[in-house]
Design a protein around this ligand. Structure first.
Ligand code: SF4
Ligand code: FES
Length: 369
């Protein structure tokens, strides 16, 4: 098989994070700081990524600004002519940090907002005063002259404020807004019943987003990802397994996607043991679901098999217990109706309990404790 190089490296440089978002898609068991790659190894990995043909580096986590060497990594990536993006909650940043990152060559910042309502945002993010700090950071990003995207994750408890979220993104001076529905992996899967929107909410969000796209053409680009469970066709997750993205976790494991460790039976090579190009080309984990040969029916004979690449392997794992199944959000999957019924049941039940990372038991989510 002729394997093209990946477009982008997702560099998960740490799993440390002061926030405890109820929808966090990072694994349930996070890598501790003691297992994080050191600076020299990340610098080497960036060299290898550039040699491989990678075009963009997305520094993420956890909260990537928790690492003191972020500026050094950004500068090195910029010197290699890699496009640099920081995906951040913003809550650890001071203005001088941001200007230093801009000087180091950082080109783009994606800043997450949990809500437009401070209390709601802080509750979903599990951190007091987070919303106010994010508003401050947004001003610094604009002042520093970097490209700016607001990331907004939509769920049952904030879907009614998507219009306000669009207005907020415009007011903050963002050029792009990502309105993304919760993806139920990792920790977020535990809180699915709390987060799942109703179909009526989803229809209203879609209508508001579509109207805003027309109204704000040339001012704000809006990317919109509907909740998988209500979709008719699955997303081409990661642009297809092992096609566009390579993800490196804090301990150096090279993954086809950030949730791939939820799939049992896959073995992941590490950047300590092998060069990135070798892993991209030869790793069992990448080759297991690359292309179309692994596909079962109905994907194997479907006209969309090179459009969505069979959907999301991690979702197939989470919903069927078998990552090699057709993603059951696809309407051609025999399990599709049961997934939709599950979404409607969970959204309709209106549960008011969820669980934060580190909490001993489920909490009723009225106030942060
Ligand atoms: Fe995509 Fe498979 Fe569904 Fe066809 S059957 S649309 S390839 S998930
Ligand atoms: Fe892993 Fe979709 S999140 S393939």
């Amino acid at each position: 098989m002729n394997i093209d190089p990946p477009l982008a490296l997702l560099a998960e440089i740490t799993h440390r994070c002061p926030m405890r978002c109820l929808y966090c898609s990072n694994p349930v068991n996070l890598e501790p700081a003691s297992r994080e790659l050191d600076t020299a190894t990340w610098l080497r990995v960036l060299d290898e990524a550039a040699d491989l043909g990678v075009y963009q580096v997305h520094f993420s986590g956890g909260e990537p600004t928790a690492r003191k060497d972020l500026g050094e990594l950004v500068q090195h990536a910029a010197e290699l002519d890699l496009y640099t993006n920081l995906i951040t909650s913003g809550v650890l940043l001071e203005s001088e940090d941001l200007f230093r990152l801009a000087d180091a060559g950082l080109e783009h910042v994606q800043l997450s907002f949990q809500d437009t309502d401070a209390a709601g945002g802080d509750r979903i993010g599990g951190l007091k005063d987070a919303h106010r700090r994010k508003l401050e950071v947004a001003g610094w990003v604009v002042d520093a002259g970097m490209a700016f995207t607001v990331n907004a994750v939509i769920h049952r408890h904030n879907a009614g404020r998507v219009g306000e979220m669009i207005e907020l993104a415009v007011e903050l001076g963002a050029g792009r807004l990502e309105v993304a529905s919760v993806q139920y992996y990792g920790w977020g899967l535990k809180n699915r019943a709390y987060l799942m929107p109703t179909e009526q909410q989803l229809d209203a969000v879609t209508e508001i987003v579509e109207a805003a796209r027309d109204r704000l053409a040339g001012v704000l680009t809006i990317d919109y990802v509907i909740p998988d469970y209500y979709a008719r066709r699955p997303k081409a997750c990661m642009g297809g397994w092992g096609r566009r993205f390579v993800n490196i976790d804090p301990s150096g494991r090279v993954l086809p996607c950030h949730a791939a460790t939820t799939i049992p039976g896959l073995t992941f090579d590490t950047v300590q043991d092998h060069a990135l190009e070798h892993i991209w080309q030869h790793s069992d984990a990448f080759n297991r679901f690359r292309g179309t040969e692994w596909m079962p029916e109905p994907c194997a004979s479907c006209d969309f098999r090179e459009v969505d690449w069979g959907g999301c392997r991690c979702q197939a794992m989470a919903l069927t217990g078998d990552a090699a199944q057709t993603d059951p959000v696809c309407s051609l999957s025999p399990l599709h109706e049961s997934v939709r019924a599950l979404a409607e049941r969970e959204a309709g039940a209106g549960t008011e309990t969820a669980v934060y990372r580190g909490a001993k038991k489920e909490s009723v989510l009225r106030d942060l404790s």
